[in-house]
Design a protein around this ligand. Sequence first.
Ligand code: SF4
Length: 453
Amino acid sequence: MKVYLENLGCPKNQVDAEYVLAAVVGGGAEVVATPAEADALIVNTCAFIEPARAESIETILELAALKKRDAKLFVIGCLAQRFAEELRASLREAELVLESRDPWQLGQQLRQALGLPGGCAIVREDRHLLSPRHFAYLKLAEGCDNRCAYCTIPLIKGSYVSRPLQQILSEAERLAARGVRELILVAQDTTYYGWDRGERGALASLVEGLAKIAGIEWIRILYAHPAHVDVDMICRLMQIPQVCRYLDLPIQHASDRILRSMGRRTDQRQLRELVETLRSRVDGIALRTTVLVGFPGETPEDFDQLVEFLTWARFERVGVFGYWREPGTRAARMRGHVPPEVIAERVDTISDLANTLAQEWYESQVGRRLKVLVDAHAEEGGSFLGRTEWDAPEIDGVVRLEGAAEAGRFVQCEIREAAPFELRGVITGTGVGRGGLAVSVSPSASVAVRHGR
Ligand code: SF4
């Protein structure tokens, strides 16, 4: 049995796909790289906003056209969860639409649907990684207890349910044993981990436990909702050498009026204090944020406040989304919807600012010696591509490395040049120690070393 999976959406969806593939592989299936050779095709859909739903439907139809005549097509993921009935009624192309919220259960259902044997070999923490084998996302929870006015996720995924700490640790141990060196913590809201069970210190216990796992050198926290950040805890965790001095802090806005209307449970004063504390207590931290512009009622003054705040906070990485009116959300029923052309202009303004802030950070790295995780061979213009502790895969920048290395290994490199979202450097040694040493570059130092761990 040959299985092909097309994954759409965010890293959390990718983790679900990895559980599902582990279940079918554990039942004896083989994962293949092209749809035409598969006996079963799975589309792991995204339904976050309308364009994501359209892309999911297009992918289903494309795969239906490409598949062998007798191959089966399955639809899983957020679109299947939210619109199972509608999909069953309208998509003749899809054999089965599976809608469980538990990805492991989903894997078991699929295995049965494909007639694959079960058995004790398949354990709950198994993953068939879709990322390179040296990094993996680690999902802390399902669902979300926030009810941000614009968001459909709670409608799709339900309330927040933290995974048991021991289950996450044993999954991380299995990943480390298979060569994973970087764990990237994800959930709709990672800083809420444990709160649904009344355990507010659970994130610290988890990260401390992960840092003790042999082989894990980087632990990165994404999706830290500012309202749930325990700043003392985060600053303490960032003193652990394995924890990247990088925090993804999606603020969404900085105007108090808009933050209130969005239901974000923070205000600009709290955000300001949070950024100040993180910057003053974690030396060299890089902050990432995401903002949403064009929310109903957003005036030019609200937007200006956002621009001013981003400029003041100097977020090293900024992602921007334009508001999208989603049926079923509170925001969809609000007054004062902003015209699409104004939203597009505001997206452009923030993108330009984001580029400027990022470029300043990249330029400030020239002359430093940094620890870099080598991701892959570069196809052109240098021998390898890697990342610093301040770069998450796919969403942040890369380091283009000259010298000999091996994907999945850490190296030290001297940064010679900065380009948009890219540093360029020369490998000078193996990647021991923490992320960066502030040294000036010696022009003669360009020794290529093979990392021999
Ligand atoms: S925190 Fe808000 S935006 Fe994020 S998933 Fe939960 S409801 Fe949606």
